[in-house]
Design a binder for this molecule. Structure first.
Ligand code: SF4
Length: 363
């Protein structure tokens, strides 16, 4: 039962109901990463330069709130290029990356394509290509069907990359040249699961070549590390993010595996199952790389309406990563000129400090 206290209000005693206390540990870093900021900025900048509508192939980032916000500004989201009418307006490819066939299709249709693929996803694409050029069979560790995996598989001719999702998949691999193998991974996997996958690969294929640096991106790593620090010492964890966001789902899993019995992934405050939180004394809050801070604030406000909060920020890493906009959208590079087609986006991204060749030289 909530305690009833007496207070003086406007000169008279009035009963008020005090709220139960709740400690909130707020993960830092959390929320938007540099790739997501760049992708959202790309759509907004394209809308500023070219006006509405701007077409976006697939959710620009996996967050419905972000997508609805961009729709309200004039973005039209499609899943495939054939849904787009004949138009001079730009078409933006999402942060997850696209198969090469999509660039080729854009060329054929003379679509004005702008590529918002995260440079760290492009880095994985270039790694796969470099291995292929060296005659290696490429293995991709990732989740079947995720757009990033579809995009990475689509960098090489069909059948050139083998997708593995579990250590059992690794054990069951047949017909590969064990002396000529390389692997790459999806950028948003669980760090621990990926370590097990890499162990399985290197145990079975001791000569396999892996990335010089991790393929799992800095944002995924930092957000998972922050959750590992907090999840064991709180009664519950809230991960703010969409259910189709890979890195957000991984954060919820990491919280559970770190010993937190009540870990929930929620998009908005309305999605919180408040009954489950009635008796908790401490809650950890984080947000996936595609979840905007305004949604974290909404959820904090919803907790504040129910509890007396004691908020502490637990910081486990500093982030200062920044990716410039695609070249066509940078004011200093003649933003506003139409005419670059989908296939040229690859060249554009050579700007983004992707030094894959240098990394592969080690091998
Ligand atoms: S989560 Fe990582 S790979 Fe994905 S957009 Fe963000 S920085 Fe890029």
């Amino acid at each position: 039962m909530p305690e009833t206290v007496l207070t003086e209000a406007h000169g008279s005693e009035a009963p008020v109901t005090s709220k139960p206390k709740l400690q909130i540990l707020l993960c830092a870093p959390r929320g938007f990463c540099a790739g997501v900021v760049r992708a959202i900025d790309a759509v907004e900048q394209a809308l500023r330069i070219y006006g509405a509508p701007v077409y976006v192939r697939h959710e620009i980032v996996h967050n419905k709130y972000v997508v609805e916000g961009l729709k309200a500004k004039g973005a039209i989201f499609v899943e495939e290029l054939d849904e787009i009418p004949d138009t001079q307006q730009p078409v933006i490819f999402s942060a997850h990356g696209v198969p090469k066939s999509v660039h080729a299709d854009a060329d054929t249709r003379k679509i004005f394509a702008l590529d918002a693929t995260c440079p760290l996803v492009t880095k994985v694409h270039r790694e796969a290509e470099a291995h292929f050029r060296r005659g290696r069979q490429v293995i991709l560790v990732g989740h079947a069907g995720h757009p990033e995996v579809v995009g990475t598989l689509g960098q090489l001719p069909k059948g050139s990359i083998i997708l593995v999702q579990t250590p059992e998949d690794v054990q069951n691999l047949t017909g590969v040249d064990e002396s000529n193998l390389a692997y790459v991974t999806q950028t948003t996997l669980s760090i621990d699961d990926t370590r097990h996958m890499v162990d399985a690969l290197t145990r079975r294929f001791p000569q396999i070549i892996g990335p010089y640096k991790e393929d799992i991106c800095y944002a995924t790593t930092n957000r998972q590390e922050a959750v590992k620090r907090i999840a064991p010492i709180v009664d519950a964890m809230i991960v703010v993010g969409s259910s189709n966001s890979s890195n957000s789902q991984r954060l919820r899993e990491v919280a559970e595996r770190s010993g937190c019995k009540l870990a929930r992934l929620v998009l908005r405050a309305d999605d919180v199952e408040w009954d489950l939180f009635k008796t908790v004394k401490s809650v950890g809050i984080t947000a996936g790389a595609s979840a905007p801070e305004v949604l974290v604030e909404e959820i904090m406000d919803a907790f504040a309406a129910r509890f007396e909060l004691d908020v502490e920020i637990v910081s486990t890493a500093d982030e200062s990563v920044f990716f410039p906009l695609p070249r066509e959208l940078r004011p200093s590079n003649g933003a506003g000129r139409r005419g670059r087609l989908g296939g040229e986006a690859t060249e554009d991204q050579s700007d983004d400090n992707i030094e894959v060749e240098e990394e592969l030289r080690e091998h």
